[in-house]
Design a protein around this ligand. Sequence first.
Ligand code: BES
Ligand code: MN
Ligand code: ZN
Length: 490
Amino acid sequence: MEYNISDKAVTKYKSDCLVLPVNKDTTLPEGLPEACAAQIKACVKSGDFSGNAQQTLLISAPEGIAAKRLLLIGTGSKDPINIIALGKLVSAAVAAVNATGAANAAWLLDASLASPLSGEEQLLEVVRLVDAASYRFDHYCSSKKASTLTKWTFMTSDSKAGMKKALAQGKALASGVAFARDLGNQPPNVCFPTWLTEQARVLAKHHEKLKVSVVSEKQAEKLGMGAFCAVSKGSEREGQIIVFEYQGAKGKPVALVGKGVTFDTGGISLKPGAAMDEMKYDMCGAASVFGTVKAVCEMGLPINLVAVVAAAENMPDGRASRPGDIVKTLSGQTVEILNTDAEGRLVLCDALTYVQNKYKPSTVIDIATLTGACVVALGAHAQAVYANDDALSEALLNAGKQSGDRGWPMPLWDDYQGQLDSPFADMANIGGPKGGSITAACFLSRFTKDVKWAHLDIAGTAWISGGKVKGATGRPVPMLTRYLMNLANA
Ligand code: BES
Ligand code: MN
Ligand code: ZN
């Protein structure tokens, strides 16, 4: 979809559909012709439209409006709405516009629609939300499901540099989110570790400031990544540690580390069959790293970023790890693998050590679909945020609030560490049934002692399970990108 802004009078701008958010008081923005306002008032009077949240009403173009149709969309509030309500409003509007078969649409921007967002921030978010609502993954469908919409224009009298920048940033964020969703939705017979490497190389080709390098599985073994290799060796597909370097500024880099398990069967601790297909999404941490890197590149953020993806397939095989195996991690610490299905922490711990040794980052953030326990704890709406530094935790939670891609803080207390005790090695890779998301985070904390570190457990937020709307969400690309934008502005 092509997005642009126009400062043409709303009366004169030709489009298939003009979208007009209307609040609960049904006060209309300035600039609408009298006849148009009268027609809308008549709809309110007749009871056809009340401004309820996500209520839509399509009317043919009132006199004095160059658009073919007008779509009223209720905000459901007398006051400005928050980012979450804005997201719902945009999805309802996009669905209604799509249903008309329109090729293009215009959206009348009103800075007072959402709070506490500035007009510029609102534009950035609406671009991202329109794009997300228009997203389809139909690469493998013979009949395409894609919408007919190709152009979306934002009508605003303020077309100054700030708005142009917000539009560009919104587009960059949207393309990062869509990229993460595309990678997540790919089937696991296509999306495997070396395929991810190819995608990384394609991305780097398009961006001068971005470099990619790869640690092959053989090299990983030589380096001493015993935990990563313990997972990857059960697969015919070669594991990969994919490393992005984006240099938009000097100084110590921020590091992102993504879990890229391209399919998680559980290994010898085989998972039950029901919905196992969804374990293709076990690389969504990696996908969010790819998406965030793409957004950062397109925005050209003045930051120094390294991003590492630990890509492996967790398969049962004659060479696969067994429960009871003891492996030595790159950090030197040993791990007793009690359950081969707790593989995410194994691939991540070596990637975490690697990035710290090689790049001396100021901050490390890992992102992983790490535990089913996290889905039980927080459901599908918030990702778990763990951190060994309060300011970092706050910064991520704030970025989540700002972008509507919310997280929730979780404890990393020492009290939980004992659950990882092993009689035979420095630690076990599982901590029993209690607090499963927390003990997984505790495991990772043992590999990130001398750096500011946060861990996002995105098992509940990275995809929508079951049903017709099943698919990757692109989370937490908005949270991470907003966090990095805030860093760049600080
Ligand atoms: N990839 C899964 C976590 C997961 C499960 C994400 C369901 C989303 C939905 C992870 O590798 C895993 O299998 N974790 C185990 C850990 C357990 C063996 C300690 C789990 O959560 O059951
Ligand atoms: Mn697993
Ligand atoms: Zn997994």
